[in-house]
Design a protein around this ligand. Structure first.
Ligand code: HDE
Length: 699
């Protein structure tokens, strides 16, 4: 287990931590593993290069040094052109519904059947080193190692996309990435190029509503949904096709950050989402999602008001409830980030018998792009042999050979072609092999967009009206934030002209907060916005939050002399809910409570701001509260928790901290005074709700 390995290595570090006096530090093999070159030659000295004299010139002859530095020089591979920042983990998918009458796809043939998976979550716009809490779409790519080959479901945490045709993708991404002359901004769409492009691309408006909502700043990967986006086909053994849309539903419910909190989290812990995922898996709380499907036939598709092949549209869950077909548990972290997370190569073309494509023009374009990009990134068509990419559930046998970094020859001997007269080697299997659905196709060869893709605003409006008032305000504020970073007024005005086609109140709110002097006319629309689409509660985060506080964390700011009974009661109440308490203290060494018990701290106060916790408690000791309150980080801890609408528990001695945070006289019913005999469990139960949103409404 990787965690045990880390623990062993940490112990080993202690053994070696004393430096020998006045000398260099050599670790000699004493019966242990020997250090060698890549050619297997044992290395005698890994600290000094080969020199003529001391000091003297370093000799070119030093193959040990040259090989070592040569390899180092070539350690980097091109980062992904999009989705560069990612985090991967292994898991298992367990089928809970037999779908063998609908599809012959291996993972769905039998209840309880398990299939190994590898998932990589990602942000889209930022580079590999960008912060996790950027406002962005999250990638949710899953490789199923089925026993009929690898199936890659390369989805996002948002069910629609910005554009309807793959030919537009390079422009969209160029506009979103840092501007080409300055090289900034990093991992942000808050700049002119992005909004200029968007304001000239009305089909992006539905996606823009999602990206400006709190969906784009999730609390963790474990609290976001995933979507296959496109309509795919399931095909059964009789060759019958059923349309399918895929959903991943998180067991922890939907949860997000607030924008101000996200900005601060990026400073406090740029690896927030990676760290949470690692800790969930290694801490025995493996994240889980249900895989759900919307299944429908051509008749339903024809009756539905939008084109099911248009990737800027959804089928509302209330119109066609997604059915649960299985559960995925991510239960194993990677052994090596580069080998697995960086080298994993997802391709939308990776389908297995029983799963097929549709004519969605975005999907068709993706089927070219992903294979192509893997060759660029991984440097060889043999990337399929890298263990994380190789099929696990079935044999691989073909006559593909050679190429850079070939590591094996499947078929030894003379035969490397088919058909052959030797009667040996792998052969086609027309019955069991992959067969494309025999769809009838006809039409003129032209560059065109179907009229059925013309309605760009109705579902954008439906998304907006389905949000709670708090969420609607967040969308407005996000638009205002982003557009305030645009220098060109024309861009801001053009965006507002589109918002007028979505919701007049939203458009006016944004225009007002941007200081736009006169409202523009609504943008010309290819099709008028339908006002009759019903609200879809499934689209709101707040309406689909968690029903328990399980898996979340209370940040406890405390100091020497803190009430021992209260600390214990808080810990017990949190654990009873399946949650944790982490101690934040003035010194990382920890605190000693009123009963003389020592508690090591998890964070020193200026390294553990409240943005890292789901709820907070402030329980200082009687004699130390004043000193605690003097620390600027203490003031921010409480003031931020309050501003981010978190539930707050305040111990009896918290007065000086409350005052320093500027909250005297402002405490509301999201703040729980705790003293001897108070209802600590009541506080933890209140934390089941995502936030105390009334605080935001009151301001
Ligand atoms: Fe991607 N996308 N994409 N994309 N995408 C890539 O492939 C592309 C789109 C998605 O964790 C690239 O291996 C085109 C939609 C994820 O490794 C590249 C178009 C959706 C990941 C590429 C789209 C996605 C990628 C870059 C428009 C949601 C990360 C590196 C036609 C359904 C996979 C790579 C991972 C990655 C192309 C649009 C999801 C260049 C041309 C829509 C999750 O091939």
């Amino acid at each position: 287990m990787t965690d045990q390995k880390r623990a062993q290595q940490t112990d080993a570090e202690h053994k070696f931590s004393d430096q020998p006096e006045g000398g260099e530090y050599h670790q000699h093999a004493e019966g242990g593993e020997r250090l060698t070159t890549a050619q297997g030659v044992t290395i005698a000295d890994n600290q000094n290069s080969l020199r003529a004299g001391a000091p003297g010139p370093t000799l070119l002859e030093d193959f040990v040094m040259r090989e070592k530095i040569f390899h180092f020089d070539h350690e980097r591979i091109p980062e992904r052109v999009v989705h560069a920042r990612g985090f991967g983990a292994h898991g298992t998918f367990e089928c809970t519904k037999d779908l063998s009458d609908i599809t012959r796809a291996a993972p769905f043939q039998e209840v309880s059947k398990t299939t190994e998976t590898f998932v990589r979550f990602s942000t889209v716009a930022g580079s590999k080193g960008s912060p996790d809490l950027a406002r962005d779409v999250r990638g949710f790519a899953t490789k199923f190692y089925t026993d009929e080959g690898n199936w890659d479901l390369v989805g996002n945490n948002i069910p629609v996309f910005f554009i309807q045709d793959a030919i537009k993708f390079p422009d969209l991404i160029h506009a979103a990435k840092p501007e080409p002359d300055t090289g900034y901004p990093q991992a942000q769409t808050a700049h002119d190029n992005f909004w200029d492009y968007i304001s000239l691309t009305p089909e992006s408006m539905h996606m823009i509503m999602w990206v400006m909502s709190d969906r784009a700043i999730p609390r963790s990967f474990s609290t976001m949904e995933g979507f296959g986006v496109h309509t795919f086909r399931f095909v059964n053994r009789e060759g019958k096709s059923t349309f399918v849309k895929f959903f991943w539903k998180p067991h922890m419910g939907l949860q997000s950050k607030t924008w101000n909190e996200a900005l601060k989290t990026n400073g406090a812990d740029p690896d927030r989402h990676r760290r949470i995922t690692w800790e969930e898996i290694t801490g025995g709380m493996p994240p889980k999602w249900d895989l759900c499907v919307q299944l429908f036939d051509q008749d339903f598709a024809d009756r539905f008001d939008f084109d099911v092949l248009d990737p800027t549209k959804i089928i509302p869950e209330e119109d066609l409830p997604p059915e649960k077909v299985g559960t995925m548990t991510l239960d194993r972290v990677v052994d090596n980030f580069f080998a697995e997370t960086e080298q994993v190569a997802f391709c939308t073309q990776n389908v297995v018998p029983g799963i097929d494509f549709t004519d969605d023009p975005l999907l068709q374009g993706r089927n070219f792009s992903y294979l192509d990009t893997q060759l660029k990134r991984l440097g060889s068509p043999n990337f399929t042999k890298i263990p994380v990419n190789a099929p696990k559930g079935c044999p691989v046998a073909n006559y593909q050979q050679d190429g850079h970094m070939q590591t094996e020859q499947h078929i030894p001997g003379r035969i490397n072609y088919e058909p052959n007269g030797w009667g040996e080697g792998p052969r086609e299997d027309p019955l069991e092999g992959y067969t494309s659905f025999p769809q009838t196709v006809q039409g003129e060869k032209r560059r065109l967009r179907p009229e059925s893709f013309n309605d760009h605003y109705s579902q954008a409006r439906q998304f907006y009206i389905s949000q709670t008032d708090v969420e609607q305000n967040h969308i407005r504020d996000a638009l205002v934030f982003e557009l305030s970073k645009c220098e060109m007024e024309a861009v801001r005005v053009r965006v507002v002209s589109h918002l007028l086609n979505i919701d007049e109140g939203l458009a006016r709110g944004v225009a007002d907060l941007l200081g736009i002097p006169a409202m523009p006319k609504p943008a010309p629309a290819a099709q008028p916005t339908r006002q009759d689409l019903k609200e879809s509660p499934a689209l709101s985060i707040v309406k689909n939050g968690p029903d328990s506080f399980k898996g979340r964390v209370i940040g406890l700011l405390t100091s020497d002399g803190a009430d021992a009974d209260l600390l214990k009661a808080l810990k017990d109440a949190a654990e009873a809910e399946g949650a944790k308490v982490k101690i934040v203290a003035p010194k990382i060494g920890g605190i000693t409570d009123s009963a003389g018990t020592h508690h090591p701290a998890d964070e020193k106060v200026d390294g553990g701001p409240s943005v890292l916790f789901d709820a907070v408690a402030v329980i200082p000791g009687q004699g130390t509260a004043d000193d605690l309150a003097k620390l600027p980080a203490t003031r921010d801890f409480l003031a931020d928790a309050f501003a981010h609408c978190k539930f707050i528990a305040l111990g009896g001695a918290a007065g000086p901290v409350t005052k320093a945070a500027g909250l005297d006289g402002q405490l509301d019913s999201g703040c729980f005074p705790l003293g001897a005999g108070s209802d600590v469990a009541g506080f933890v139960k209140a934390c089941r709700d995502l936030r105390f949103w009334d605080r935001e409404r009151a301001n």
